[in-house]
Design a protein around this ligand. Structure first.
Ligand code: C2G
Length: 708
């Protein structure tokens, strides 16, 4: 019965430490010690649960400040009393059978590895795979295990570590595990791999504000990799070891550096380091690589930076051409990138877009209409996929049409309320005004822990999102609360416009009978009945395909018609991402589907009661001070699993949370009492979220962004 020393560096990941320790507490194999390493160990102990502080198997060790993780692990190795060492990072956790399985199967081998799984942390430690104890043997392919470049999740004989004096690099922040693992690989011929011993790696951190080592910037990664490579890549190394390192370097070059080598300055920054390392590569390694890479390597080896720059530019050009001839979209993108983007910017041209060209609506509409009246020296273009008659008859272009790309390149001003396409290249002279489309209730972008949308994951989602927000010059904040959230969640450092929402100007300036009846008549809605607007949001996890979400109508419209049909009509307003059609047979003259209606602000004006759920619509609607009911039948799932909220729905909303149709019927029947009951909360809510909306938002935004 051997002692296992678990080595757990905990710097910067304090908030997860108890989960890691709990997964050790649950181990079937109990003969272990845990070495927790941190540069302010007293501070760390304050967040660690008492049960671990009171158990002397858990050793808390103070490390010097400002050391990298490699040095912390080395301290762990020095202090370890065990027969075996096991590395567990403090933000991860392990299955409860892991130490048992690794220990039982290591036998005479000096090392054994368990299996890695990424997790969004909904999986529990208790997961045990079916089957009994399957072990694979890695021999000539053992370097494949180093795809993760990591020493975590191996059980390693301490004697073996001591005999070889294996240590992590202390000089480099990233890739430091390789100086431990590569020499080890040289000595062992076989590594057993336990299929059922599972190590859960946390995914879903914020790659921008709190990157993991793997997500470090190129400025960090490239010199580190060059350094570690140069140190390890000697002639004594086995063929497998050399091949592993050479491929690592070539892959890094191709996947990470090449894409950044568009600007000469970037090439200059990395070139000399690259030359030194690339010169060590075995020329045979390139025999099966494509000619572009071969040419690149040749140019790097010759150490002529001018030649390499030219080649690099040419390669980018070739790649664009290649993409350009394979598809129609590619051809347009090629023209956009290589031709339109070289034409002059048109100083008086403004490109407007709302919800990806799906509507003429939201703040871009109100900014546009203000400019139409007050800024005659500008030319306007709208991105519109539908045919729609826009006042002032501006030119309209379909999204992703050739003209769209043309104006995207030439307009001095871009105004949009959602993200632009990833491929949009913001030009130096351009001004991009992002209006956004709501006060956030649901956690946004950088604040989201997990991402449950199809076709992406948290890391990619946040990276793409940040790629977009980096381009924003101006961002509108509807209230102080949003301004604070936007700064953080969007990683936004440019000009925040504390102006309130242009789209809400109409709620202040035209909240009158005449406008309302006029709107009702245009929309053929009876003027003698009161109007209930049902405007729910979308659910991240209910969809047909990417970007097309399902909606399962839970509101009992037949019952509502029966009880309130004489007094009310209902407007049904699905979110713009929802693609479900609603069946309204039997509900004629009572329920109207207004999902395609461009401007939800006008729907607000027409309605007397709003029913919504987790949609930001209620923040805007509150400007009208009319009653709001929350139909939150799935609040548990929505709040807990899907998104999480910024405010407490129970205590801060200006109306009641209703869980079923009985509650809804009841609230409508007694709407005056509901209003009375929520009066005070409504006022507080109004002060907090609506007080910047003073009817002059459009004017203030235009004054701030556009030249006089
Ligand atoms: N909207 C609408 N009809 C609905 C729901 C929403 O017209 N049934 C419009 C409203 O203008 C609303 C905006 O779309 O303010 C955003 O809708 P949300 O339901 O809040 O959802 P989402 O698109 O995820 O918005 O920062 C705001 C939110 O966090 C993101």
């Amino acid at each position: 019965n051997n002692l296992i020393s678990v080595i757990t560096p905990a710097e910067k990941n304090e908030k997860y430490i108890n989960t890691a320790l709990e997964s050790l507490k649950n181990q079937k194999y109990t003969n272990f010690e845990v070495l927790v390493l941190h540069s302010d160990i007293d501070a760390l102990k304050r967040v660690v649960n008492d049960e671990y502080l009171d158990d002397d198997r858990y050793r808390f060790i103070n490390t010097p400040a400002d050391i990298y993780v490699g040095a912390a692990r080395n301290i762990g190795i020095e202090e370890a009393k065990g027969d075996y060492v096991y590395f567990l990072d403090s933000d991860d956790y392990v299955s409860e059978n892991i130490l048992q399985l690794l220990h039982d199967n290591i036998g005479e081998f000096p090392i054994i590895r368990g299996r890695m799984k990424s997790t969004d942390f909904s999986t529990s430690f208790a997961i045990v795979l079916p089957g009994t104890n399957e072990i694979k043997m890695y021999s000539d392919k053992r370097h494949d295990l180093l795809r993760t470049e990591s020493a975590i999740n191996y059980l390693i004989s301490k004697k073996f570590i001591d005999s070889m004096n294996l240590r992590f690099s202390e000089q480099f922040k990233t890739y430091s595990d390789l100086t431990f693992m590569i020499p080890l690989m040289e000595e062992v011929e076989v590594i057993p791999y336990s299929y059922e011993a599972i190590y859960f790696r946390r995914r879903g951190n914020d790659p921008i504000n709190n990157p993991s080592l793997r997500q470090s910037s190129l400025k960090q990664l490239a010199p580190d990799l060059f350094g570690v490579y140069n140190q390890l890549r000697t002639d004594d190394l086995s063929e497998e070891g050399q091949k592993y390192l050479d491929d690592k370097l070539l892959n890094f070059y191709r996947k990470r550096l090449v894409t950044e080598f568009k600007a000469d300055a970037t090439i200059d920054y990395y070139f000399s380091g690259l030359v030194e390392s690339i010169n060590k590569i075995d020329p045979d390694r390139l025999s099966n690589k494509d000619f572009i890479l071969k040419n690149d390597v040749k140019a790097i080896k010759s150490n002529k930076i001018n030649n390499f720059r030219k080649l690099s530019n040419f390669n980018h050009f070739l790649r664009d051409i290649k993409n350009g001839i394979t598809s129609r979209k590619g051809r347009k993108e090629l023209l956009y990138k290589r031709v339109f983007n070289n034409l002059d910017i048109k100083d008086n041209l403004v490109l407007f877009e709302s919800f990806q060209g799906k509507a003429y609506s939201d703040s871009p509409k109100y900014i546009y209409e203000y400019m139409l009246k007050n800024k005659s020296n500008y030319k306007f273009v709208w991105v519109m996929n539908e045919s729609y008659k826009i006042p002032g008859n501006p030119e309209t272009v379909k999204r992703f049409s050739l003209k769209y790309y043309y104006y995207l390149a030439r307009a001095k001003y871009i105004v949009s309320n959602v993200r632009m396409p990833n491929k949009y290249i913001k030009r130096e002279e351009q001004s991009y005004l992002q209006t956004w489309h709501g006060t956030p209730l649901k956690r946004l972008a950088g604040d989201m822990d997990d991402v449950h949308m199809p076709g992406t994951n948290a890391e990619r989602y946040k990276k793409n999102f940040n790629h977009e927000t980096d381009k924003w010059d101006y961002l509108i904040a509807p209230n102080q609360y949003s301004a604070e959230i936007f700064r953080r969640a969007f990683w936004f450092n440019n000009t925040m416009l504390p102006t309130g929402y242009p789209r809400n100007d109409i709620l202040t300036n035209h909240n009158d009978k005449e406008t309302i009846n006029g709107l009702k008549r245009i929309n053929q809605i009876p003027t003698n009945k009161k109007v209930i607007l049902y405007a729910p949001t979308w659910r991240d996890d209910e969809y047909f395909k990417v970007g097309k979400y399902k909606f399962n109508l839970k509101l009992d419209l037949h019952r509502m018609k029966e009880q309130f049909g004489d007094e009310y009509i209902v407007l049904l307003r699905m979110h713009y991402l929802v693609a479900s059609n609603i069946d309204l047979t039997g509900l004629e003259d009572f329920a109207y589907d207004v999902s395609k209606y461009s401007d939800v602000s006008e729907l607000y004006l027409m309605s007397d009661i709003l029913i919504t759920d987790y949609s930001s619509v209620f923040f805007d609607y509150a400007n009208l001070k009319r009653p709001i009911l929350f139909f939150t039948y799935d609040i548990k799932k929505y709040q807990g699993q899907l998104r999480g909220f910024y405010i407490d729905m129970e205590t801060e909303l200006p109306g009641p949370l209703l869980m079923n149709n009985d509650d809804i019927m009841n609230a409508i029947e007694n709407i005056d009492e509901v209003t009375e009951k929520y009066k005070e909360r409504y006022n507080e809510f109004y002060e907090r979220f609506c007080s910047w909306d003073d009817g002059r938002s459009s004017e203030k935004v235009v004054d701030a962004v556009f030249e006089k």
